[in-house]
Write a protein that binds this ligand. Sequence first.
Ligand SMILES: [Zn+2]
Ligand SMILES: [Zn+2]
Length: 466
Amino acid sequence: MQFVSLGKTEAIGASCHLALIGDTGLLIDAGADPDEEGPDSLPDFAAIHQRPDWHVDHALVTHAHHDHIGSLPVLIQHFPHVRVHMTRATRDLTDFVLPASARLQQRKLEEGTSIHAPLFGEEELEEQQFVYAPRDLNTDFDVTGLRGQCRITARFYHAGHVLGAAGVLFSWEVDGRTRRAFYTSDTNRHAQSIVPGGEYPDPPVDILILESTLGADKTAEKTTRKAEEKKFGDALAKVLERGGTALIPSFAFGRAQEVLALIDRFKKRKRIPADIPVYTAGSMRAFAEIYDRTRFNTPRLDEEFKVLDVEQMRLPRKPGLLNQALQGPAIHVAASGMMFERTLSNTLARRLVEDEKNAIFLVGFAKEDSPAAQLFAAAKEKGENIEVQLDRTKPMQPVRCEVQKFRFSGHSHRGDLINLVERLSPATVALVHGETDARNWMADRIRKEYPNINVVIPEEGIPVEL
Ligand SMILES: [Zn+2]
Ligand SMILES: [Zn+2]
């Protein structure tokens, strides 16, 4: 298999790889880089046109996160004949995620916050839908290309990461021997609150293409979800007891639904009073609806559980009612998770940060310099005059509220990833989707513990033979 990453490889950027097997071209994920805009956010699709031996027959999208699906419409512009395989839940999510992305790009251009014309429009998305091929988990499907010299099958495995997320196994025959390559995508071996842990093919596989997101994270290895849940429940109970309001900034797809499921559990187990109002808003409610609609045909811890059955109120818009909603005790779950400027969580945080009764609980990844990371850093300093500027157009504010961080990652920690290597017993491991430090740590550990495994760290645009 010839393998090349077409997105940034020294960081978590646009996830996109091309695998060439006996003249079949398979594109794995078509992500966009969340830190860039316009053409800079795209994988290098043009590189495929430039090499006569590179082409795309089939594409596989492993889940509906922007860094895995965000450039799919542009991929189809480049290769209109391609078939795009994804799980049924990801297919459902596509109808919501991609039009939202088109509208956001248009709005940014109109507001002048981006100079780039949208990469695709909503109408175009309608026309592209016929190339989508929804697939069931644990079921083989054919991905052999027109010029393919051998038959290739693919099969999705539940990845445990977020609704619809899947790893993919490719199988083909060379000289009478079956070869198998497994791409983990973003994977989580442990259950969250709604989504159970990931499933993997039977060993051995020849090639393992492994994510490395938490490869440089020592702390993740030492925290268990159970302990974090307890810490989170205790902290929440304390804020509510003192009459404060807790803001939980959450990514609208995945984390928000998992957090609501946890709050529901806390209420049912009487960890927090059942009558505490919970406010939600915006697209997280649409995602919740997709979670609920797919609950009988996607892996669940409890298929009876519905996110929209968790008692919640729509955050009111009228100033008077909003003021009331911000009076504690109350819980607000609002996007964005990193509290970006001009999002609801940012607005609410600015309203809550100056009162020591309140709390802002961070439950997801916050990249450096994001308002969430700045708030966390400021709160850690403690002292009298610590201030933060959550919005550059607004004044500095004193940080008086409680700020805490909880680890509810949708990714396996590095110890679990190493265990997965052991379990799948591959001849070759290719490390993708991690910063340089993370991939290096993983490579060193695998080489030390399993000297017979060939470890490859692919670099953007440079093909490697796996
Ligand atoms: Zn993801
Ligand atoms: Zn990812």
